[in-house]
Design a protein around this ligand. Structure first.
Ligand code: UDP
Ligand code: MG
Length: 326
């Protein structure tokens, strides 16, 4: 029988943990063909979250937990959970019941059909402000424009990942994590299902606007070097224009003279230096972009199949061969 891990990051969720556990277990009762592991990641909560998780584990051996040393934020809590998850598949779910556990059977159904990443897309967002909906739609569109990788709009972290996809995400060890972008980046066979996002069951959202803006900037800057490219393109344009204008002033002064003494030479120096500076900043930006991408130490690719056989994402091919032959 296959083992499925349900991964739930929790930060100050004492108000919802018990209802979350009850509702999830209710759903799991109908799924007899699987073993389940409910893996909670306590992300340095200051309330009774950890105590509740401990008592759940005493009652139910399927409950496991990772207790982080302090609050690291949801992105890190998720990779910690993925590192500790033992399942053949991992379902990522919020603790606040905004991601309905009733969807688990459907996620599993598509997993059985061979999909590696079954993600739940929000058909509607109840209980979210008009402003949040508009800004988030804008953000996704902007981010998609900067990259060739197809991004999933209106999709959170609620999804089922096959072991291979989990292994793939585990190999992305960058510290500034934008996990949603990573799910897109790793590729593999994706399947979308739709759901209605409910308002939070209890407790309060840990996301307020400053934090959301941070996540958005994180998203753009950790996902693409497009802003750097933009500045080097703008720099080239401006410096080209400055150079042409400098030539124009020099020629005009030579032909017609200029009553303001020193104007032409001053202008020429300013434009020339300004242009050179912009160009070199752009140039530095280009190299910085490369350094940035290299320091992520990402694997170059993941393979879906080799000669028709599904390939694990944990180690590159040559290492597998070496291990097999030694
Ligand atoms: N969360 C976390 N660490 C944090 C903030 C949030 O583990 O620093 C968890 C939180 O407990 C919840 C999930 O991430 O399970 C989503 O958080 P929240 O509901 O506050 O975000 P929203 O649904 O409002 O986007
Ligand atoms: Mg929530």
């Amino acid at each position: 029988m296959k083992l499925v891990t349900i991964l739930i990051p929790a930060y100050n969720e004492e108000a919802v943990l018990n209802p979350c556990y009850q509702r999830t277990v209710q759903v799991l009762r109908s799924l007899t063909g699987y073993y389940f592991e409910l893996l909670f990641v306590n992300d340095g909560s200051q309330d009774d979250t950890l105590t509740i998780i401990r008592s759940l584990r005493r009652l139910d051996p399927r409950v496991a937990f990772v207790n982080l040393s302090r609050n690291f934020g949801k992105e890190i809590a998720m990779i910690a959970g993925l590192d500790y998850a033992q399942g053949d598949a991992v379902i990522l779910m919020d603790a606040d019941l905004q991601d309905p556990p009733e969807l688990i059977p459907e996620l599993l159904k598509y997993w059985e059909q061979g999909y590696d990443d079954v993600y739940a897309r929000r058909r509607s967002r109840n209980g979210e402000s008009w402003l949040k909906k508009v800004t988030s739609a804008r953000f996704y569109r902007l981010l998609q424009k900067t990259t060739r990788i197809p991004l999933q709009a209106d999709t959170g972290d609620f999804r089922l990942l096959d072991r291979r996809a989990v292994q793939a995400v585990r190999r992305l060890r960058e510290t500034q994590r934008y996990t949603k972008g990573m799910f897109s980046w790793i590729g593999f066979n994706k399947k979308e299902i739709l759901f209605d996002r409910e308002p939070r069951a209890a407790g309060s959202s840990k996301w307020h606007y400053p934090k959301l803006i941070n996540l958005a900037i994180e998203g753009i800057t950790s996902f693409t070097v497009a802003p750097l490219r933009l500045s080097s393109i703008a720099g080239s344009f401006v410096s080209l224009f400055a150079f042409l204008y400098m030539l124009f002033i020099i020629v005009r002064t030579l032909l017609f003279g200029n009553r303001v003494g020193g104007y032409a030479s001053l202008m020429a120096v300013i434009l020339f230096l300004g242009g050179i500076q912009l160009l070199s900043i752009g140039l530095i930006g280009e190299y910085l972009g490369r350094v940035f991408n290299e320091t992520k130490h990402r694997p170059l690719y993941f393979v879906d199949e080799f000669n028709g056989e599904k390939v694990e994402a944990s180690t590159p091919r040559q290492e597998t061969i070496r291990r097999e032959t030694s």
